[in-house]
Design a protein around this ligand. Sequence first.
Ligand code: ASP
Length: 340
Amino acid sequence: MKKICVINTGGTLSMRQSESGYRPSPGYLASQMANMDELSQSPMPEFDLLEYEPLVDSSNMTPHIWRKIANDIEERHTAYDGFVVLHGTDTMAYSAAALAFMLDGLSRPVILTGAQLPLGQIRNDARENLKTAMVLAANYQIPEVGLLFGDHLFRGCRSTKVSATRFDAFDSPNYPPLATVGTSIEIFEENLRLAKPPPARLQVKPIETTEVAAFRLFPGMSIDILHHLLQRPLKGIILETFGDGNGPTENREFLDAISSATEAGMVILGCTQCLHGEMTQGSYATGTALTEAGVIPGRDMTIEAALTKMQFLFSQNFSINQIREKIGQNIVGEISTITD
Ligand code: ASP
């Protein structure tokens, strides 16, 4: 019989109502799962539950907890057929991307899921998401970090939260789903990553650097504020540009702020503010000027993947030039390659 490990980090799925709103509730998930008869029926796997202490609302997620999840998976990697990570929806896309970068040599499914309404509510999405994630983690060859929500399994590092209320809360705007979940589960093998061939083994690569930021361009933004942001200890920044990679290039102060930060060794990556599509930074003169000022095109990466990738690269002892080169290149399927 297949066996998986369910790691509960917190989030709405296992929360209970309190006077101040939903709160994590230690032990509650285990008691709810004990009453779910369907968990003992095929195709449900055997499972061990690992509950974190403390459980967190994912607004309180940290790189320290990412490290704990990654280490726990590494220690148990060959003992289980797969892993389910229960996580709040608010920062699930960040954690999914971070874990994808950290779990080098992963050969088992790691499926993140959560819910918009907790298990204890009469009407909820928690039960289906939990059961489907468990079935996927146990019974399919998915050697990567996926995010299961509603009807879709997405690549973790391509996912983004698109709704605060809908049951289909996530999307993967620039990469097709890994699987769809309806009356049957359909896996799209051609969209999956290939596991590294043996003797590769899972190795956790840390994320420790936090001196990165994201800055959204908008008409009327203060260049003074941008100047203040582009100072040490900041090491790298995601510039959320307009459309396919454009900025207010008539504003000389803006371009000067960007080019002097580049000269001072800052890594500046451009991503688009649009949900869908690619930032190429070359179709308009307003984009080309950004490239000339040192902005590296982040192409079709999500902001979540771009931020965690920057944290990841700065944590690996690469030189600034190596980071500038690697940040625009594919590592774990987070960015489309030119031939895709
Ligand atoms: N605030 C909650 C969290 O991210 C929201 C959720 O889980 O849906 O933990």
